[in-house]
Design a protein around this ligand. Structure first.
Ligand code: 3SL
Ligand code: MG
Length: 230
């Protein structure tokens, strides 16, 4: 299996007809996995709050979710802390979600053949799903156009699990991501990242712990025709 890593949304290229894994471990893709595990019906990603609000005027059992600058948007039901997406809040609901980087990375990947949603929570299930693929592109969302250590470390986690049962051929970014996890835990890398520090300063330190849980959810969300589901 050939595995390549795209370090930030702005560098997405050559993904046409390929299998893509989207990572925004802090926190959009973790929130998506948590929401679907807690019974959300589906998630519709939007680039802007206005688009999400516009869609909410249709009839349906919707929740508006997302953040800007890490904080819940005004008038929205939920922000982007994965701990908010409890069964009580999300079961059987369609989530209309817009985040700074995660939903953008998905939107920029629409030419791919398959789009899977990755987090530490579902890494084992994801890797099991990928095992028959010949080529996988890991897309790190990044933070506001910049490289983000948190997403890159998560790419390393995906690779370290992929390597257990597959013969994989990595590009140099893949090698670097894998080496990051040699002597460090995912949590310590999330906490060391600039975005992790920012979230801690906003009072979301528990989110870093939550987002570092490995293999606790056995689901692989995928994007198809405008919707993320399982
Ligand atoms: O899309 C995103 O990058 C968000 O996950 C950012 S935040 O963690 O909610 O600030
Ligand atoms: Mg992020």
């Amino acid at each position: 299996m050939r595995v390549t890593v795209i370090p930030r949304t702005e560098e997405i290229n050559e993904i046409k007809e390929k299998t893509v894994v989207i990572i925004d471990v802090l926190r959009a893709t973790t929130s998506m996995v948590a929401a679907l595990a807690n019974g959300a019906k589906q998630i519709i990603p939007f680039l802007t709050p206005q688009e999400a609000k516009g869609y909410a005027t249709h009839s349906g059992d919707f929740l508006l979710c997302g953040e800007r600058k890490g904080v819940k948007l005004s008038g929205f039901d939920l922000g982007n802390s994965p701990r908010e997406f409890t069964r009580e809040r999300v079961e059987n609901k369609t989530l209309l979600m817009t985040t700074t980087n995660g939903t953008r990375a998905i939107n920029q990947s629409l030419s791919a053949k398959h789009i899977f949603i990755a987090s530490a929570l579902n890494v084992q299930a994801l890797v099991e799903r990928l095992k028959s693929e010949r080529e996988v592109v890991i897309v790190c969302a990044g933070t506001k156009g910049k490289f983000s250590l948190d997403d890159f470390a998560m790419a390393g986690l995906v690779i370290s699990f992929l390597e257990k049962n597959n013969d994989i051929d990595l590009d140099d970014l893949g090698v670097a991501a894998k080496l990051l996890l040699k002597d460090r835990t995912l949590y310590s890398l999330l906490a060391a990242s600039h975005h992790g520090e920012r979230l801690e300063n906003l009072g979301f330190n528990e989110d870093l712990v939550y987002c570092s849980q490995v293999g606790v959810i056995n689901l692989v969300p995928y994007y198809d025709a405008g919707v993320i589901k399982i």
